[in-house]
Ligand binder design. Sequence first.
Ligand code: ZN
Length: 473
Amino acid sequence: MVDSHYLCVHCHFYQPPRGNPFSNEPLVEPDAAPYRNWNERITAECYRPNAEIGNFDHISFNVGETLGSWLALHAPKVYKRIIKADRQHRKAHGVGNAIAQGMHHTILPLARRDDKVTQVLWGREVFAHRFGHRPEGMWLPEMAVDSETLEVLVEQGIEWTILSERQVSGELHGAGPYWVELPNGSRIKVFLRDEGLSNDIAFNMGKFGGAGRWARDVLVPRRRSAGALTLIATDGETFGHHWPGEEQFLYWLLRYEAEAAGYEVVTLGQYARMVEPIGTVTLRENTAWSCGHGVARWVTGCDCTRGSSNWKGGVRRAMDNLRYQLDAVYEDEVRRLQAGDPLALRNAYIDVVLGRVSAPEFLASRGLDLPSDAADRLMKLVEAQYYRQRMYSSCTFFFADLDTLSTVYGIANAAYAIKLTQDAVGVDLSREFRQDLSVVVQPNARPGALLNAAALYDDLLGHMELTTSVPTT
Ligand SMILES: [Zn+2]
């Protein structure tokens, strides 16, 4: 093994939580034509062809839960092929090639510790549910990181994660792995992706003239010292969706051309078992792979997106205010019903989300024997906690415009948490949430238009009344 040069391609497969939680109708996104919505289109362009030609067998990968649950339901053959890849890899190498991901693709450095714990624990549990074993690694949404996030990973039994080279300082020799020492005295392994190669693949792949030429021209001169690992990590959708037909690039690179260029293809799970950390690096706090301004892209807005994006801070303020109110109602009720630790209850709720237990079984497993109206109230409030987690998806704050669908979906999740809370205990948090949204505007997003976040919210509520007035039997 010491004579080899190693290459790993890690693919981050992910789609945002699409759809309005108020609506049970099939999701229609006209700009995804000729498909009904983007999930269907990207499945046809990327997930299915990559699964069919066996690419999942040779990469390291994670599948975000909002995508994983959708595939399980709407593209079961593709889903099963992905699960099979990890199972076969485990059989052959004693370790899987899939890793977990933070549940709702939340920018974890922007979350309080309790929310970090929930996101990581839920991500770990959904992985175990889908892949049948505990994860060793976890993908951090947008690679957004701070020390507290890494401490939480360690506490939740995660052994390693992936960062970009510029997110650390220290002496670097390829992808590592390296130790990162943490303030609480623990430490975690990190692999570092080669930014030059990863970005070359992400942004220029269609111009390479094939995997063979790229391997000869680019990979051969980049060979590191024997035994070292080169890691390419990018969005999995690069192969087939962003670059149509280029699932073939991945196929040829990993089956033939990497070897011809003097590399042995491995996965991160394999390599983590072969090689101990080769050094220690220092974390650059509050950084991410997709923003050059720390994590400003998801909190204040920054130059990563065109035009004025300070609506992001306003929407986040509205959600943060709402979050404190939702938590207060939830925690009061948990205390009143003597239902134990509110955080532990919320974290365990993932079993209900995954359908592993029914609501009565969930309450019974926690030693709760409640009258049916109290049980109903508690389940609605804990479900509201689920949607309040979901509203913070990075996609709510990623794009340039306030009226981007993924931002509207984020606000819809907030609205749904409000509705559940009102249904449960009659407390109406909508007026204050709307007030906070009403100060959020985006000037000139479209010629002559002044977008207002409260108007988006009103549209959603209009839709809610429409759906709730239709008998659902
Ligand atoms: Zn930025």
